[in-house]
Design a protein around this ligand. Structure first.
Ligand SMILES: *[C@@H]1O[C@H](CO)[C@@H](O)[C@H](O)[C@H]1NC(C)=O
Ligand SMILES: *[C@@H]1O[C@H](CO)[C@@H](O)[C@H](O)[C@H]1NC(C)=O
Ligand SMILES: *[C@@H]1O[C@H](CO)[C@@H](O)[C@H](O)[C@H]1NC(C)=O
Ligand SMILES: CC(=O)N[C@H]1CO[C@H](CO)[C@@H](O)[C@@H]1O
Length: 585
């Protein structure tokens, strides 16, 4: 149904679709009059005025004619068309099934009929077109051919697409499981400053919104000139611009992605006079080849994520990003996640570099928009507990806490020589939080994404008594609380270290080991998270810390809960207080 809704939208138009309904008049044991509120299976096509050819599946020649008409129509008009092939299912849903249990009348009819090939054969013989012997010979030859193909399956080894030399995927590899590779994803400051300035540049006669001229465009240019801190949106523009410069196309799709849910991105400007759109990143250079496509999608998650997954497996040189308006919106796309994104490589050997941005974080808002349900993605990965390099892992789940980390993540997705889906637990308050902004030097050549960020504020690591481990924006609240406790002399300067897991999966065991080895006299290790105990990373990290690092973590977080958040400001603050107490107790 959603395909019909997408068919004429510029970001999704594929030039028409031929929809074939194999109309067996049943939905398993449900007859059609109980399975649909409208008379015809093709009725959903009415929403776009789509033509329908209804054809009797018992008549092969009619069916062929219908297919020809449909193909010509689609070719000529680049529009959708439906073939509704009325047929039936001769046997049940599977070998053990007997359809007469539930559809006695229909099946009395069906079993009284000749099969389609038999009926057609009789018709041809009657018309003197073929004789019985010829038909028998055809059947025998065809069966022999199919049987020989079936036999070949015995020793058939499927070829992964990324090994096929004639595909654009031919140059890709499998991740090297024997060593962890860091990818140099940094860029020169001059290039970044150029991209940054270009990212807000419009033509003289283009009337940018007054507010954006000042607070966005001019502010950005000034920041670049004064070498100020780089915020989240600028870091993203750096990543996009530099990837375009390297020849990678980009497709950013989702609800309101042009402006950004939190009005921070402004990848597309709207002229206040003409209403026209302008995407500055497509005009960085005179002869720019690679382009960014910014698609504000229809209000759908499932169909749109499915479409973007398709875009991502089509070509490894296009960075494809689906952004959810809020992280919980992925719930509408859960089927696509489970069936394709997390398991597609295992099932079909298709690599996908799809990036999924899911705003997440507990700010006292309602249960839905607080959580992107990190736990569900972690459950969908195969990061086997006994493997320190995280081989066999089929998606990355990252929770970057600074703008530079986000920049490196996006670039790493294209710079490395294999593709894996990337789930970015992305921020809301960090978009503008000064502490989450990075220095220009953090983007320079030689820098890269850090799966673990150690605690550089602890001057005497050997004196640390407690190590607090966390991920995401929660770290800033923890750091603030620690400063308060130090100031009020509840704890000493080097008592508590705060270590951030920026990448949850593949689990960065080696990096953590290195970091934790600094804290020789630590007595306690706490995992502190904003999410309730049955959510967030806890159930994923806890056994891994224990099995891979020999560290038994204590839990500090909200108690188990059915809903992700309480949704009442006062209660939220009480929870935060308790959570901080538990963490530092
Ligand atoms: C198409 O999608 C839009 C959301 O973008 C929705 O409002 C509309 O109802 C859909 N149309 C149909 C006919 O389903
Ligand atoms: C998970 O990964 C491990 C290590 O690579 C592999 O041995 C195992 O077969 C994988 N499990 C599944 C279900 O793919
Ligand atoms: C802080 O360190 C000093 C000197 O080592 C010690 O006397 C004091 O008890 C410590 N305070 C706390 C709160 O641990
Ligand atoms: C479970 C799963 O999908 N495993 C696959 C992960 O990716 C590697 C290659 O990178 C495959 O070999 C695994 O089959």
């Amino acid at each position: 149904m959603e395909c019909f809704n997408m068919t004429k939208l510029p970001g999704f138009d594929v030039g028409g679709i031929v929809h074939l309904i194999i109309n067996n008049q049943l939905g398993f044991t449900t007859p059609s009059e109980l399975g649909r509120s409208s008379p015809y299976a093709s009725d959903i096509g009415k929403m776009i005025g789509c033509p329908v050819i209804r054809v009797n599946g018992d008549e092969p020649e009619q069916l062929l004619k219908a297919a020809e008409i449909a193909a010509k129509y689609r070719h000529e008009y680049k529009k959708d068309i439906i073939i509704d092939m009325l047929c039936y299912r001769k046997w049940g849903h599977n070998e053990l099934d007997d359809p007469t249990f539930t559809q006695p009348l229909m099946y009395r009819d069906i079993h009284g009929r000749q099969s389609v090939p038999d009926k057609y054969t009789d018709k041809l013989i009657e018309a003197g077109i073929v004789d019985k012997n010829t038909v028998d010979q055809w059947i025998e030859n065809s069966m022999a051919h199919w049987n020989s193909l079936l036999k070949k399956c015995d020793n058939y080894v499927p070829e992964p697409i990324y090994l096929a030399p004639d595909s654009p995927w031919g140059k890709m590899s499998l991740p090297n499981v024997n060593h962890v590779t860091t990818w140099d994803t940094g860029c020169h400051g001059d290039e970044l400053r150029y991209i940054g300035a270009k990212s807000v540049e419009v033509h003289e006669d283009f009337a940018m919104h007054e507010h954006l001229t000042k607070s966005h465009a001019e502010a950005r240019v000034e920041k670049l000139q004064t070498d100020s801190l780089v915020d989240w949106a600028l870091a993203e523009a750096f990543a996009f611009g530099s990837l375009l410069n390297q020849g990678y196309d980009i497709r950013l799709c989702g609800e309101d992605v042009g402006r950004g849910t939190f009005s921070h991105r402004h990848a597309v400007f709207t002229c206040q006079q003409s209403g026209n759109y302008h995407i500055p990143l497509n005009h960085m250079l005179e002869d720019q080849k690679a382009q960014i496509e910014v698609v504000c999608s229809l209000l759908s998650e499932e169909a749109v994520t499915g479409f973007e997954y398709g875009m991502s497996i089509e070509n490894p040189d296009r960075l494809v990003i689906w952004e959810a308006q809020f992280g919980d919106f992925f719930t509408g796309a859960q089927i696509i996640f489970d069936t394709f994104i997390t398991s597609g490589e295992a099932k079909w050997m298709y690599q996908s570099g799809l990036v999924v941005l899911l705003p997440h974080g507990y700010d006292g808002a309602g249960p839905e928009h607080s959580s992107c349900r990190i736990e569900r993605f972690l459950q969908g990965t195969n990061s086997s507990e006994d493997s320190i390099d995280g081989d066999g892992v089929n998606i990355s789940v990252c929770h970057p806490t600074t703008s530079a980390q986000y920049f490196h993540l996006l670039r790493r997705q294209m710079v490395r020589n294999f593709r894996k889906p990337l789930i970015v637990v992305s921020p809301k308050i960090l978009l503008r939080l000064p502490a989450a902004m990075s220095h220009m030097k953090d983007f320079q050549p030689g820098t890269h994404f850090l799966p673990v960020i150690g605690d550089s504020s602890v001057k005497e690591p050997q004196r640390v008594k407690k190590v607090v481990l966390c991920s995401g924006k929660h770290c800033y609240a923890l750091e603030k609380e620690r400063s308060k406790l130090i100031k009020t002399e509840v704890i000493n300067q080097s008592d508590v270290a705060i270590v951030k897991l920026e990448e949850l999966c593949p689990f960065p065991a080696a990096e953590l080991q290195r970091e934790l080895s600094k804290y020789q006299s630590a007595e306690a290790y706490v995992w502190s998270q904003e999410e309730p105990r049955n959510m967030g990373p806890w159930t994923f990290v806890s056994p891994r810390f224990e099995n891979l690092l020999g560290v038994k973590l204590k839990f500090a977080g909200r108690r188990e809960s059915a809903a992700p958040a309480v949704g009442i400001g006062g209660l939220h603050r009480q929870e935060v207080e308790k959570l901080m107490k538990e963490t530092f107790a």
